[in-house]
Structure formats: C-alpha cells, structure tokens
Design a protein around this ligand. Structure first.
Ligand code: NCD
Length: 369
C-alpha cells in the first residue's frame, strides 16, 4: 500500500490484517511507542475538523513521531493562489506521510499523483472518508464482536455523508445486509448503489420506516445533514431536522446492538440517548487514535506484513467531468481520467442511457460517451 485514498481498494484479507494491527495499537494508543521515531506526519486540512486532525496528530505522537501542518488553508499559500499539486510537491519535501482533507471530491487521489511520500485521504468533499471507516470497523469489531453478516442500518445524509458511503463499500466483502433510511434527495449517490448491488453483490434495502429498521439492527449508523455541501439554503432547510434517532427508536433496537455516529452531531441524536448502553459514539471516537496509528505504521513500512492495495489506472479522455464538485473542476491542470463501467453491470441500470459508460477516476461520477 503506497497511498490510502479509498478503503475499498483493500482486499478483505488486507483490511483484516490492517484491523489486526489496529487492535495491537489499542494499548499503545494510551501508553505510546517509539515505532515511528524521527518520522514526520503533515496534516493539510482545507476543511474544518476536530476529531480527524487531532486524532491523526495524536496517533503520530503516540507512535513516537512528530506532526506539523495547517488547519486553515487561508493561512497557507493557498490564499496566494497556489495549486493543490504545488502545495503537495512542497510538503512532500518536509514530511514522511501526508494526511489531506479537502472539499473537492477526488482531491486525495489527485494529491497522490504529485507526492513521493504516502498520501492519506482524511475526507474528500462528500465522496469518501476511509480513515473514519477504519475506526468505524475497529469499533464494530471490538464493541459488537464481529464484522461478518451484520445487519447495518444507515440513516441521515447518505448523499453527502462521506462516512456512510465509505463504510457501506468497505463492509461489502463481509456480507452485510444494508438498510438505508434517508430523506428524499439524500439517498446514496448512484455510483455507490451500483457498486454495492451490481459489482459487489451486496443487498441494499431502502425504507422510510426507521422504527422497523431499528428493530432488526446490529448497528445503526447515524450521520449529520452535511449543510456545507448544499448549493442552496432552501434545499438544506427542506431536509433539516427531517429525522431524529431519539430514545424511542433506540429502545426498539436489540440489546447489545450499537448506535454509531462519526460526529459532530447537530440535532439528529438528542443528548437523552447518550446514557443508553447501545449509544457508543463516544467510544467510537477513542478508536480513531489506534486505527490511525496502524495506518501510519503500515504506510511507513513499519508493520511486519505488507498490506496490498489495488491501484486503478484511469484511461485519459477528452471529457470534462460533469460533476461540479469534482477536483478536476477546480484544479484544471489535472488529466481527465476515467474507468469503464462493466457492460454487464451497466445493463442492470437504464438511467444512464445508450453509449459507453465511464466512471470518473477521481470522484466516481458516472457518464455516458
Ligand atoms: C465526519 C466528516 O468529516 O465527514 N466527521 C468526522 O470526520 N468525524 C462527519 C461529519 O462531518 O458529519
């Protein structure tokens, strides 16, 4: 594994091996180690963050290394108009591994093309958040006891909630039953549903009956409405407060099941739920440090086993990605790269129309040529 951009590029065995390292890191996340002594992590955060950035910095320091970076791009040369590529070429000379959070979808993949050192995707717009998924899986494994054959209910903003897309795709090899409860317009993006159903063979059910879904859940994964991703305030106000996981819902869930949330929460889980034994979102936060320690150690080659990561090279097309949130829309110098969607799966979905179907390598947006 050279970079860590999309967790679904790890095989089931690779992911299991990385989680095993994360479990070994759990005691070290308190006690510390000198495994990464002399190494430097850079955290480049072009978007707000509390947990992700601080737990990355904590993880690197617990490994015996050091962390530097910026939490506000306005205070960096970005404010002078520097491109993402040039910023990465710069930081690459000062650090051994770089964690980037950026509002554009596909930004971390773009960074990986300009870095000699490993790039970690710490969130790329509404697209993916693979390190959150790593800690979500570690939480489920430790707090529920297994990853296989889970019944997982995903609720909230599945359209722009990058943690939900990443989690659903990463769980696929573990044969889950996925039940989605999303307000209208905030369902999973088409590429996520297509990959799950047609390419990964994962059943995805959709319902608006949260109570019924909660009754059968091993894990109820709740997300915040991602207000910052909406182009209009009116669209946000239409869905604001449209779902709440309150005590009444949580009490329907089986004993021993888990309510998880990547946090921050706004109004989707009232504080009255916090005392329920099923509410585990605060424990979940704790796993952020060992999960990120394991990832940094693996990327720096400090773990005994190599973790294979499937690189996908795109095909260059003279076709601008139609997704306005794609990194190629803001960083114009990037090559327009696509992967073909297999005919066998494309034919299961009529909505793209006739022609050769491609997926943008950066943001996964699907187009017909
Ligand atoms: C999430 C994110 O940034 O996507 N937070 C996190 O990393 N823990 C979820 C969110 O912001 O709603």
């Amino acid at each position: 594994m050279k970079h860590f951009v999309d967790i679904s590029r790890l095989s089931k065995q690779g992911l299991t091996a990385l989680l095993a390292v994360a479990e070994e890191m759990v005691p070290l996340a308190r006690g510390g180690t000198d495994l990464a002594a002399g190494k430097i992590l850079a955290t480049l955060f072009y978007e707000p963050s509390t947990r992700t950035r601080l737990s990355f910095e904590s993880a690197m320091q617990r490994l015996g290394g050091r962390a530097l970076g910026f939490a506000d791009a306005a205070a960096s040369s970005v404010a002078k108009g520097e491109s993402l590529a040039d910023t990465i070429r710069t930081v690459d000379k000062y650090a051994d591994v770089i964690a980037v959070r950026h509002p554009a979808e596909g930004a971390a993949l773009a960074c990986s093309f300009y870095a000699e050192v490993p790039i970690i995707n710490a969130g790329d717009g509404g697209h993916l958040h693979p390190t959150q998924t790593l800690l979500d899986l570690l939480t489920i494994k430790r707090e529920f006891g297994r990853l296989e054959n889970l019944s997982v209910v995903l609720t909230g903003d599945l359209r722009y909630g990058r943690t939900a897309s990443s989690l659903a795709l990463a769980l696929a090899p573990f044969k889950p039953r996925l039940v989605c409860v999303a307000p209208e317009g905030l369902e999973f993006p088409p590429h996520v549903v297509r990959r799950l159903r047609a390419e990964l063979g994962t059943p995805v059910e959709e319902t608006d009956d949260l109570a019924a879904a909660a009754r059968g859940a091993d894990v109820l994964y709740v997300t915040r409405i991602q207000q910052e991703r909406f182009f209009s305030t009116d669209d946000y106000l239409k869905v604001k407060g449209s779902y709440v996981v309150d005590k009444r819902i949580v009490e329907l869930m089986p004993e021993g099941s888990l309510v998880l949330h990547p946090l921050p929460r706004v109004d989707e889980i009232p504080p009255a739920v916090d005392d329920d034994a099923r509410a585990r979102y605060f424990e979940q936060m704790r796993y952020g440090v060992p999960a990120r320690m394991a990832l940094i150690a693996a990327l720096l080659g400090l773990t005994p086993k190599k973790i294979p990561y499937k690189e996908i090279r795109g095909e260059e097309l003279e076709l601008p990605c139609p997704n306005p949130r794609c990194v190629t829309a803001s960083e114009k110098y990037l090559k327009k790269l696509y992967t073909p969607i297999l005919d066998k799966t494309a034919s299961l979905f009529g909505e793209l129309g006739e022609g050769k179907r491609y997926r943008c390598l950066y943001c996964d947006y699907e187009v017909v040529v």
